[in-house]
Design a protein around this ligand. Structure first.
Ligand SMILES: NC(=O)c1ccc[n+]([C@@H]2O[C@H](COP(=O)([O-])OP(=O)(O)OC[C@H]3O[C@@H](n4cnc5c(N)ncnc54)[C@H](O)[C@@H]3O)[C@@H](O)[C@H]2O)c1
Length: 261
């Protein structure tokens, strides 16, 4: 029997990138996976449901559909996200701010809210396995940047709302865990505008120099973190922020974009 046999997982934004890699790994581990995205799956595994994370009505419809078809919910990966503009505090419009918060921050809140309700309905099949929520934040939820105001604010919100959900579920003894993941650069469609501007290989090489490990990640490297958090192997981990950033937020490095010192 596979590790996640009998478990049901929703992956938002599972049509592409980190979500698609996570969906495949969860499915390979035995879970029934629902890919919930505004886009048809380009690369992912699982059953596709069209879903807008920014709409509460869409969440209600998704949970009703999953309860009807799969009969339970054990894992939610709140992965859907948009990069937002490059605006700073002087150039970001209210519309841009609201568009980014609606998907990246409010979408995660709505996901947690409806997942806790769904997970509580089906309950744990053994103590401690009441459910796992994995929220994809970013290194931008740990450190900021002048020119990514809306994005960094949205990802910072995910970091602390995750801890609030984790504490609530722990205090209520629901057995539901909630953790955030903070990736550094990952080679996904989120970088398409950069690849178009400077070329894919040059863009990847440039971003790689910003990471002490010397490269950006491939999506399955983040999928493995998601899989671990979704599984019972992380049964004592809740409210944690798991950083997978090739050392980006560690501190000073002796290597610089200009070469080793
Ligand atoms: N790629 C990186 O370097 C990186 C770094 C840190 C954090 N992240 C985060 O990882 C997550 C996944 O991004 P990715 O890099 O795989 O990008 P991606 O563009 O490949 O995938 C994002 C997916 O989210 C979906 N999506 C967007 N808005 C949606 C909505 N309203 N409802 C449902 N689905 C929606 C898109 O259709 C797409 O399939 C995002 O939250 C992103 O902020 C990415």
């Amino acid at each position: 029997m596979s590790e996640l046999s009998g478990r049901v997982a929703i992956v938002t934004g599972g049509a592409s990138g980190i979500g698609a890699a996570s969906a495949k790994l969860l499915q390979d581990a035995g879970a029934a996976v629902i890919v919930a995205d505004v886009l048809e799956a380009r690369e992912g595994a699982g059953r596709f449901v069209r879903h807008d994370v920014a709409s509460e009505g869409s969440w209600k419809a998704l949970l009703a559909d999953v309860m009807d078809r799969e009969g339970r919910l054990d894992i939610l990966v709140n992965n859907a996200g948009i990069s937002g503009g490059m605006g700073n505090v002087e150039t970001t419009t209210v519309e841009e701010w609201q568009r980014v918060q609606a998907v990246n921050s409010e979408g995660v809140f709505l996901g947690c809210r409806h997942a806790v309700e769904g997970m509580r309905k089906t309950g744990p099949d053994k103590p401690g396995t009441g459910g796992s929520i994995v929220n994809i934040s970013s290194v931008a939820g740990l450190v900021s940047g002048a020119g990514s105001l809306a994005y960094t604010a949205s990802k910072g919100a995910v970091r602390l709302l995750t801890k609030s959900v984790a504490l609530h579920c722990a205090e209520k003894r629901y057995g539901i865990r909630c953790n955030s993941v903070h990736p550094g650069g990952v080679d996904t469609a989120i970088f398409d505008p950069l690849w178009q501007a400077v070329g894919r290989e040059q863009g990847k090489a440039f971003l790689g120099t910003r990471h002490p490990i010397g490269r950006i990640a491939e999506p399955p490297e983040l999928g493995q973190v998601v899989l671990w958090l979704a599984s019972d192997r992380s049964s004592f981990v809740t409210g944690a922020e798991i950083v997978a950033d090739g050392g980006l937020t560690c501190g000073l490095t002796r290597r610089t974009p200009l070469g080793p010192s």
